[in-house]
Ligand binder design. Sequence first.
Ligand SMILES: Cc1cc2nc3c(=O)[nH]c(=O)nc-3n(C[C@H](O)[C@H](O)[C@H](O)COP(=O)(O)OP(=O)(O)OC[C@H]3O[C@@H](n4cnc5c(N)ncnc54)[C@H](O)[C@@H]3O)c2cc1C
Length: 387
Amino acid sequence: MYPRDLESILEKVQHVAKDVVAKNAADVDREGCWPEEGLRALQQAGVAGLTVPMEYGGLGHGSFAVAQICELLGQECASTAMCFGMHCVGSAVLSAKATPDQQERFLQPIAAGEHLTTLSLSEAGTGSHFYIPNTRLDAVSSEMYQITGTKTFVTNGGHADSYVVSTVAADPDGPMGEFSCIVVPANSDGMNWGPPWSGLGMRGNSSTSLTLDKVAVPRKNLLGEEGDQIWYVFQVVAPIFLMAMTGTYLGIASAALEEARIHLLKRQYTESGTGLSQLAVVQHRLGTLWGMLERTRRLCYHAASSFDAGDPDALPTVFTAKAEVADCAVNMVNEVMTLTGGLAYRDDSRLHQLLRDARAAHIMAPTTDMLRTWTGRVLLGLPILGV
Ligand SMILES: Cc1cc2nc3c(=O)[nH]c(=O)nc-3n(C[C@H](O)[C@H](O)[C@H](O)COP(=O)(O)OP(=O)(O)OC[C@H]3O[C@@H](n4cnc5c(N)ncnc54)[C@H](O)[C@@H]3O)c2cc1C
């Protein structure tokens, strides 16, 4: 089976982005509220099963489609893009080795737009080394596990129907990256959420912390085999997650560039009657910014298509794409703030929000530092994770 036609999916997303997401973006940022209406509209538009295989009713797409959709959403509201992106990553991790029972309980409802999921890897202790969880997974009977630990920055926290949670492997002394992933249904006994998320940017993300206090989860919710998650990290999590973020930050960069273009066309000086857009230096700066965005966008989509096509050498390109887009988004918004002058510096300006949202790009793991290092390690023939 071939994935559903991407053009028609993008058209649906574009409608949701313009009609629902854009309308709510300022409120989501100001109030720091989770973008419920946008996410429900995406579910209703039939795109929530984007990364679920077609045999379970999904759309069967991979990282290229995730990046494209997140770019469309990110142009209007980066929080909505990130929340939807994390749902797509969670769905992809669930899909990778789903048992028939998991297909029925999770994948089919996701594809039907009735179940929202998300990925919960980060912990305070190990920070951006998200592949080394401390959360414990103990077998308490032949049927049940018990999970104990604290997760941080759970995007969609408190709003998703399930959480794909990483835990230590059966052998905690095993090599780095050998952890387990398990689906924890929302509202399981022993789940306690931290204070509401209040961030500099990405203010609708609901990236709250989650304490799991002896949470009982059926063994049939384990994804793959105990301890085989290194495979998930580099074959599923990294590419789809990186492309969700890449698309989101491309959206921010392209929204900022459009703000600049509109402002330059509008700004007129009373003393001369000429416009800002008539200055050669300004034209030059706008052209340079467009070039930065265009080459970054092309790298990102090339990385995503190479990964989806199964290119064995795609990973360093995927790593580099997110690092480059982080530089591009932060530099773009920064430069556009200069070009658009005092208006952009007001605290109710769109640029103000874009600047705050863009700044998460370097911080969200895998961070820019880590991605550059991983790329270097691949080039040197070293294992990606290591010292
Ligand atoms: C808005 C937002 C949403 C998020 N959503 C999620 C989510 O849905 N799920 C989830 O699991 N996590 C999520 N996170 C967590 C995120 O991915 C990071 O894990 C977290 O921000 C790392 O935080 P830290 O402060 O502990 O970083 P630290 O580990 O303290 O790192 C600080 C700095 O040191 C650098 N550094 C650390 N180690 C190395 C190294 N080995 N090599 C080179 N440089 C290094 C880092 O690059 C970083 O710049 C989110 C974070 C944010 C801000």
